[in-house]
Design a protein around this ligand. Structure first.
Ligand code: F0G
Length: 422
């Protein structure tokens, strides 16, 4: 058996949690490698690679199956270390205790969707307020292990906030490319506050992303923290591990889809739990896109085999993406699980958000797309009301507040006093 010792030894003596000095020791009796999803070409994990040299396919991390799957003494993401990075050896990890988020249910939201009981996995409860932290703890740990001195990412906001926080903890400078004027001020403020260098792109997310890919090709010293980095996917798998462990009979898992990293992570997690014999039935992935930013839906619903980029437009700025980098992984996972891709209008997203917010749970607009998508499929009779389903709420309610303020009913104090006197 591997030794998982050493973790939090310093905390034990001082009562403090040092997010930059936790170490995990996995005896490398297991093996990991990078593999091209198109041609199967293998690469050593000591290389900083995201795309196959031979055929330009996306790379994924593969592991030899470990003899057990949890790391004792850890909670959250690193609890699953043997399924994320079993060959990491004795490594310093950068962790803020991400993961282990609540799985809520609330009658008003279930009723809204038409489901008898809907689960909501609240990823907004992660340290920087979104699911990105689960991937970031792994990718930034990897950046350290590989000796990177700079990190870089493109972002609609949440990735930049998370990348900036974790890079700061690791003592690595972060560079974030953002679509100028097209990003929520709360998310941008986070990235600025954590000390990232902000690079304004006079265009959309897709333009920022293509710049990052171009820079990564020529500059090995800039470590990419977008979900094209296969280690991000490894960390994000744990959302779905947690859901499957809590809800053995889960039939549908719905999530908002932008760059499609999370859809890819869902499929990889499900596939691995199935291979380990930890589940019998495979939950189906429901990937939900905003109608104005739905190239993945077009691919899934149409006859073509290749994603056609679109110019994206939606109120849900987190998923305003027209050329998602992970589409090839994601379509494979939707097909593997027998899942579906669905679109929802901005109105449907904001209706769902209002219900989630008013329940007291709350989420950012993009996150509510998962609830809106489930409602649509129940209305259409493609999901039965008694099916067990989970919507992933990907971001915190405070991540994108402009739409809330626009929609608020405030009354002057005089009117309030009159009402009290009446
Ligand atoms: N929900 C939220 C709140 C997000 O921030 C994102 C992506 C998604 C859903 C979509 O996930 O890209 O894995 O399909 N945000 C990225 C960013 C693009 O830069 O923060 P995906």
């Amino acid at each position: 058996m591997q030794a998982y010792g050493e973790q939090r030894s310093e905390q034990a003596s001082t009562h403090f949690y040092y997010p930059d000095s936790i170490s995990i020791n996995m005896e490398p009796n297991s093996e990991s490698w990078l593999s091209c999803i198109r041609c199967g070409q293998k690469y050593d994990i000591s290389r900083r690679k995201y795309i196959c040299d031979r055929c330009h396919g996306l790379l994924e991390v593969k592991h030899s199956i470990p003899d057990h799957f949890t790391a004792e003494g850890f909670s959250g993401v690193w609890h699953y270390a043997p399924l994320i990075h079993p060959a990491m050896g004795n490594t310093r990890i950068i962790s803020r205790g991400e993961g282990g988020t609540a799985l809520y249910s609330h009658e008003s939201v279930s009723k809204f969707t038409g489901l008898s009981s809907l689960g909501m996995k609240h990823e907004g409860e992660n340290p920087t307020g979104s699911f990105k932290d689960r991937g970031m703890t792994v990718a930034v740990t990897e950046a350290l292990r590989l000796g990177a001195t700079e990190t870089i990412c493109a972002s609609t906001g949440n990735t930049s906030a998370s990348a900036a926080s974790y890079s700061a903890l690791a003592g690595i400078r972060s560079n974030v490319l953002i679509p100028s004027g097209n990003i929520s001020s709360s998310k941008l403020s986070q990235a600025i506050a954590y000390g990232a260098r902000i690079i304004d792109i006079p265009g959309d997310f897709d333009m920022a992303m293509s710049n990052v890919i171009r820079i990564a090709e020529s500059r090995q010293d800039y470590y990419v923290l977008n979900s094209i980095n296969p280690w991000r996917i490894e960390g994000q798998k744990t959302i779905f591990f947690e859901i499957m462990e809590r809800l053995r009979d889960c039939r549908f898992i719905a999530l908002p889809a932008g760059n499609l990293g999370n859809t890819s992570a869902a499929g990889k997690a499900i596939r691995e739990f199935k291979e380990l014999g930890l589940i019998d039935d495979i939950p189906k992935i429901i990937s939900v896109q905003a109608e104005g930013a739905s190239p993945f839906y077009n691919l899934w619903a149409g006859a073509g085999e290749k994603l056609e980029p679109v110019r994206a437009s939606t109120i849900a700025s987190a998923i305003r993406i027209g050329n998602p980098v992970n589409w090839e992984k994601a379509i494979r996972e939707i097909r593997y699980t027998g899942g579906m891709v669905v679109t929802v209008t901005d109105r449907e997203i904001m209706e769902a958000k209002r219900v989630v917010d008013r329940s007291g749970i709350g989420c950012e607009p993009a996150s509510a797309a998962s609830v809106a998508g489930l409602k649509k499929l129940v209305d259409q009779g493609r999901i039965d009301r008694n099916d067990s389903a989970v919507a992933v709420l990907t971001g915190n309610i405070l991540k994108d507040t402009a739409s809330i303020l626009e929609d608020s009913d405030r009354i002057p104090v005089d009117a309030f006093m009159q009402e009290l006197a009446a």
